[in-house]
Design a protein around this ligand. Structure first.
Ligand SMILES: Cc1cc2nc3c(=O)[nH]c(=O)nc-3n(C[C@H](O)[C@H](O)[C@H](O)COP(=O)(O)OP(=O)(O)OC[C@H]3O[C@@H](n4cnc5c(N)ncnc54)[C@H](O)[C@@H]3O)c2cc1C
Ligand code: FES
Ligand code: FES
Length: 462
């Protein structure tokens, strides 16, 4: 592609693509002089750069610092400069931020306002979640949440419909500019990736974005996967739930919550609203991270992974994908097409252990799916992130549980087997001892919860 067309604060804008990885934040602040969108961390953590992005899939808050310009093609972008009405009437969230004294130094305010306006647009009222990706260091959150609550029932401003309308003109997709591909189907990606196997695939860019802004890498040949519609579907049949690799963590959360509520609850603590809106399930698997949050839960649910190379597909157990640190069972030119979660009774508990409750990477993540019939364990799938160089099953623990009576004695015996399954590392998130002790205790926690003991204490009461 040689240029992209998008709507910026209500005006159709066409710009040449000079680099595949120019961020929206740099474009706004440097090329356009729109400095209302702030740069704080430049890595998706603080929300100071939050903008509103709309397309046929809805309206989302995203971090502009890890959003590449080609990802905007055909979308509408609203920044804090464009949010007020044509006669400068403030958006209800802007008015309420003023009324409730929701701003002091003001650095975080444009980001908060854009998250709040997006929540208003989507009629979302779970403000702790909606704003968990926005950090404020001086005002404190109470006045900001009060402002969001006060604005919630105000009618949607009539000018918003025009602001979030997508552009009417398509951009030019010059065939000579093959180094930036925007395939629209898995078949198109398959063919292009075979011809360009050295290329970097970019889905939500919540990992790749940091390669650019923090590691200062340059990427030459890239394919943006955001336009691949047949990798964005969630479908159900007798085999279970089929999730395309391009499904965002937000959409996956909505779909998985009714089937496996604990998985949904764990994903609610995956990054922030902005990160979940961009991040894909495919990216969370393909990056091979030992601390990615979805793989342990998916492995515990016995998920199958679908890979595609050219037009050939193969399916493997997800756990077999992770071979060793940085090495996955993925051939040259092969990509993650999707996953299937088999239909099953919900017995999953997913425990994400991190230093901070919201917006933090796991120190460890333990996922348990233990089937008990007539007081005996008839199946056990236990998988952990953060305990080894890859997401990994606790095979010795599982085999100790299997066919044993489901009681505390069995559980305590199985707890001792974690040391056979894992030799965790000490790093800045946790020590090896903490990780091993916590893993053991999570099994006990699963048992207690299963037998009616409430262990989920989010607040301490005197
Ligand atoms: C602030 C912040 C907070 C985060 N919090 C969490 C968290 O709580 N839990 C967590 O697990 N992760 C977290 N992450 C990491 C990241 O969001 C996830 O790993 C995410 O799922 C990556 O998906 P993506 O679509 O953005 O991947 P991208 O960044 O686009 O790609 C990641 C990697 O996967 C490859 N890739 C992407 N799609 C495919 C495909 N279909 N086939 C083959 N290769 C592919 C890319 O080439 C790249 O190597 C966080 C990141 C940030 C910036
Ligand atoms: S600048 Fe902090 S999230 Fe973008
Ligand atoms: S008002 Fe200063 S950081 Fe929020």
């Amino acid at each position: 592609m040689s240029e992209i067309t998008f709507q910026l604060n209500g005006s159709q804008t066409t710009v040449p693509v000079t680099s595949p990885t120019q961020t929206l934040l740099d474009f706004l602040r440097i090329d356009k002089g729109l400095c209302g969108t702030k740069e704080g961390c430049n890595e998706g953590d603080c929300g100071a750069c939050t903008v509103m992005i709309a397309d046929e899939n809805g309206t989302r808050a995203l971090n502009a610092c890890i959003l590449f310009m080609p990802q905007l093609d055909g979308k509408a972008v609203v920044t804090v400069e464009g949010l007020a009405g044509p006669d400068n009437t403030p958006h209800p969230v802007q008015a309420e931020i003023v009324t409730h004294h929701g701003s002091q130094c003001g650095f975080c305010t444009p980001g908060f306002v854009m998250s709040m306006a997006t929540a208003h647009e989507n009629d979302a009222k779970d403000f702790d979640n909606q704003l968990a990706g926005n950090l404020c260091r001086c005002t404190g959150y109470a006045p900001i949440i009060k402002a969001a609550e006060a604005a919630a029932n105000a009618p949607r401003p009539e000018w918003m419909a025009d602001l979030i309308a997508p552009p009417s003109l398509p951009s030019k997709r010059a065939s000579e500019a093959v180094r930036i591909a925007q395939p629209s189907s898995a078949a198109e990606l398959g063919q292009w990736y075979l011809e360009n196997p050295e290329a970097t695939l970019i889905a939500g860019a919540t990992d790749v974005g940091l390669w650019i802004t923090k590691r200062m890498m340059t990427l030459d040949t890239v394919a943006f996967l955001g336009g691949i519609k047949d990798m964005k579907a969630i479908e159900y049949d007798d085999d279970g739930m089929h999730i395309g690799a391009g499904v965002s963590v937000s959409d996956f959360l909505t779909a998985i919550k009714p089937l496996h509520p604990d998985f949904g609850e764990m994903l609610r603590r995956f990054g922030s609203t902005q990160v979940r809106n961009a991040a894909t399930i495919g990216g969370n698997i393909a990056n091979g991270s030992p601390i990615g949050d979805s793989p342990p839960a998916l492995i515990a649910l016995n998920a199958k992974l679908h890979l595609q190379k050219g037009d050939e597909q193969r399916t493997i157990a997800l756990e077999d994908f992770f071979i060793s640190y940085g090495k996955q069972d993925r051939q040259v030119g092969e990509f993650v097409r999707g996953i299937t979660i088999p239909k099953q009774v919900d017995r999953l508990k997913a425990y994400k252990i991190s230093k901070r409750f919201d917006q933090d990477i796991s120190a460890l993540c333990g996922c348990f799916n233990i089937i008990v019939n007539d007081g005996k364990v008839t199946d056990a799938r236990i998988a952990f992130g953060g305990m080894a160089a890859t997401p990994k099953r606790a095979s010795n623990v599982e085999s100790t549980l299997l066919n044993a009576p489901w009681n505390e004695e069995t559980v305590r015996e199985a707890m001792e087997k974690f040391a056979l399954d894992f030799t965790p590392l000490t790093d800045m998130r946790a020590s090896a001892e903490y990780r091993l002790d916590t893993a053991k205790n999570l099994l006990l926690r699963y048992f207690y919860e299963d037998t009616g003991v409430n262990t989920r204490l989010l607040s301490v009461t005197p």
